[in-house]
Design a binder for this molecule. Structure first.
Ligand code: FUB
Length: 320
């Protein structure tokens, strides 16, 4: 290449890089794992109108967890940050420890389920729901009080996951302290309705369960997943069961995500993206950088999730 052509090529390259940088913008990141900067845990992934969203917990001391940010992407590679989509300024009863969003699109709105206050018996707090017209908020408390504020069956009211079955029925799985309950949500998504037997809460705790439930339906089977171990330690992990109904029974099959001494520790509290119209799945989870001792240093990552021909989930290989 002569000097003139080299100069032309460099000019074109610089122009393209500059246009790309402008397109990306100051709140946007392009990357590998972690998928965006910052300490973020419990990532809940969603697909709304051909756009991917991640709603994580802001991972910090409980008194600083007074808001939640969201991230959107059209391609799972370039992520745009939407700061403070929910904050305790819009939830009178939420003071701290705002955790583990689960967000669904329904009735032309977005319903943002969250936990607040790390509630213990006799205290105000638990699982609430906030509503917005857009996926980036601002979300506002819909009830003026928690949807679930009591400890039922030993389950701390945290780590809710809202699942819509093919018949349109919404269920919420939730629970910390080693117990998992499920409830039926009313069509308005703002109240609970009893099961056929008249009860409001069903305990469905699988063996090894600690927290962070998640449900995925694939080929008519219900894949129930959860986190095990302690989230502050290295051996936090994700396990799963397969059932023929959303009520279980959920027999533990095995571990699908765990620490890798070459990549990271404390990998858990996940969700899953199913790329629409494909059989392609991604696990979205948090993990702790190698050698890190601060429990809150959790970052959000994405890796491929594969199913075997027998329908079982293959162990996830964490990548950078
Ligand atoms: O991030 C706060 C808590 O840590 C979550 O609710 C748990 O699942 C654990 O990830």
């Amino acid at each position: 290449m002569n000097h003139r052509n080299l100069f032309l090529a460099m000019t074109l390259l610089c122009g393209a890089l500059s246009a790309y940088a402008q397109h990306v913008g100051k709140n946007t990141t392009v990357g590998s794992n972690p998928v965006f900067p910052g300490w973020y845990a419990d990532p809940e992934a969603a697909v709304f109108d051909h756009e991917y969203w991640i709603y994580p917990t802001y991972s910090a001391p409980y008194d600083q967890q007074t808001f939640m940010d969201a991230f959107s992407s059209k391609d799972l590679v370039t992520w745009t940050k939407h700061p403070h989509v929910l904050s305790n300024a819009n939830v009178a009863w939420a003071k701290r420890a705002m955790w583990a969003p689960s967000v669904v699109q329904a009735h032309g709105k977005y319903y943002f389920f969250f936990a607040a206050n790390d509630v213990h018996p006799g205290e105000l707090g638990g699982i609430g729901v906030a509503v917005a017209d857009r996926p980036d908020g601002p979300f506002k408390d819909a009830l003026g009080k928690p949807l679930i504020g009591e400890v039922v069956n030993g389950a701390q009211p945290i780590d809710q996951f809202v699942f819509r079955d093919d018949d349109g029925q919404y269920y919420m799985y939730y629970g910390g302290w080693g117990h998992c309950n499920m409830v039926r949500l009313a069509p308005d998504l703002l109240s609970l309705v009893p099961f056929a037997d008249g009860t409001l809460y069903k305990e469905i705790t699988p063996k090894g369960y600690v927290e962070g439930p998640f449900m995925l339906k694939r080929n008519g089977k219900y894949y129930f997943m959860w986190s095990e171990g302690g989230w502050t330690g290295p051996d936090y992990r994700v396990a799963y069961a397969i059932a023929d109904s959303p009520f279980g029974p959920f027999e533990r099959i095995g571990t699908i995500l765990q620490q890798d001494p070459k990549i990271a520790t404390g990998a858990g509290h996940h969700s899953i993206i199913h790329v629409p119209g494909t059989d392609e799945y991604y696990i979205v989870y948090h993990r702790r950088p190698l050698g890190e001792t601060d429990a809150n240093h959790r970052v959000t990552c994405i890796d491929r999730l594969y199913f075997g021909p027998d329908g079982k989930i293959r162990p996830v290989r964490m990548t950078r």
